[in-house]
Design a binder for this molecule. Structure first.
Ligand SMILES: [Ca+2]
Ligand SMILES: [Ca+2]
Ligand SMILES: [Ca+2]
Ligand SMILES: [Ca+2]
Length: 360
């Protein structure tokens, strides 16, 4: 078994110069001490199960077995029902904080959930001494380390097992369990699955938080085009990325927004409401770092006052400017670029306004 354990650990490249792990589970010998609650959240029809089918059959984790939330008998989907369930580790006593070490949770996941950010949530929570679950990782925009999710939608890479690393220093010295949960909320678009494997909690020699080499840059672009914001780091471990706009986390959204959990955020049809101040937070086992802000300005001819919405204020602004043009012979409101400002520009502007209101 020791040989098997080492064989499993080696390809996963979990560096462990510190003491032996507090928890390691590859699910190859069952799930001793783990609790599956497929009645969690009251649905009574969760799907967590040990299996060698579905995404467990894909490379990139300790094979052949993984915990998968999907029904192998329904083509590895969640079928047409609202479903919820959780998977909880045995209680483990975390070592106290020790100089020179970080306490790190690592696991592998393969998430292929609905692209709508409001549904199909995967949460990873730590339940500590006080019994209150603390969210430490999630898909979508719920909080904690942002888990890669290969749900359907355009511009997404092919589904894959990926590793996540979560700093657990805040829980040092506590008796904790780790809860993975999946919730679909509804019976719609449930052609989805979630899988977990290779759960490891260990003290690891301290590594520095991620360091940003190139900050995201202020960008001016036309509305309704593709806009990308990027950050670059000197990658020294598993990092996860979390983009925010004006302080609100940006979720991936059905190909309209993608890469919100990567170094490059893509706004694939940048409507006006997406302008604002962007930052990216990068998480690693040694901590996190937040980028400098980058302001995204989106240009739209109907948005006269450049406040990122096309509304009646723009009409009155245009009319005010138009009257000034008529009085002074200026051409600020020469909307059709024919060299004069006249009534044609007003009708052209109004037509454009109706076509573009409110988000261009
Ligand atoms: Ca496994
Ligand atoms: Ca769904
Ligand atoms: Ca406006
Ligand atoms: Ca004109």
């Amino acid at each position: 078994m020791v040989t098997a354990l080492l064989a499993v650990l080696a390809p996963l490249s979990f560096a462990m110069p510190g003491p032996p792990p507090t928890l390691f589970e590859d699910f190859e010998s069952g799930a001793s001490g783990w609790t599956i609650e497929n009645a969690a959240f009251g649905s009574g029809n969760g799907l967590w199960a040990l299996t060698t089918a579905c995404s467990a059959a894909d490379a990139g984790h300790s094979q052949p077995t993984a915990m998968v939330f999907a029904d192998p008998k329904q083509n590895c989907t969640c079928g047409g029902a609202a479903r919820a369930g959780s998977l909880t580790s045995p209680e483990i006593l975390l070592p106290p904080a020790a100089a020179g070490f970080n306490l790190v949770l690592r696991f592998r996941s393969n998430l292929q959930t609905e692209c709508d950010p409001g549904y199909d949530h995967v949460r990873v929570e730590i339940i500590g001494d006080d019994g209150v679950p603390i969210l430490v990782a999630s898909n979508k925009a719920l909080g904690g380390v942002h888990l890669a999710d290969f749900g359907y939608g355009t511009s997404l890479p092919a589904p894959a097992w990926t590793e996540a690393a979560v700093n657990l220093d805040a829980f040092a010295g506590q008796s904790v369990s780790i809860r993975f949960s999946m919730e679909t909320y509804d019976d719609f678009s449930n052609d989805i699955s979630a899988a977990i494997d290779d759960v490891l909690v260990a003290q690891e020699a301290v590594v520095a938080p991620p360091q940003i080499a190139v900050q995201p840059v202020a960008t001016v672009a036309d509305a309704r085009t593709q806009v990308q914001l990027s950050v670059s780091t000197e990658v020294k471990d598993i990092y996860s990325y979390r983009w925010s706009r004006n302080g609100e986390r940006v979720p991936n959204s059905c190909g309209f927004i993608s890469g919100a959990d990567t170094a490059t955020l893509s706004l694939n049809n940048a409507l006006l409401f997406l302008c604002g101040e962007y930052r990216v937070e990068i998480f690693g086992p040694g901590g996190s770092v937040t980028s400098e802000p980058a302001v995204l300005s989106l240009l739209c001819r109907a948005d006269i006052n450049r406040d990122c919405v096309v509304n009646s204020t723009d009409v009155s602004e245009f009319i005010n400017l138009w009257f000034v043009d008529q009085t002074e012979g200026s051409t600020v409101t020469d909307f059709n670029n024919d060299g004069v400002s006249n009534s044609t520009d007003v009708s052209d502007y109004i037509n454009e306004w109706f076509a573009r209101s409110p988000w261009c």
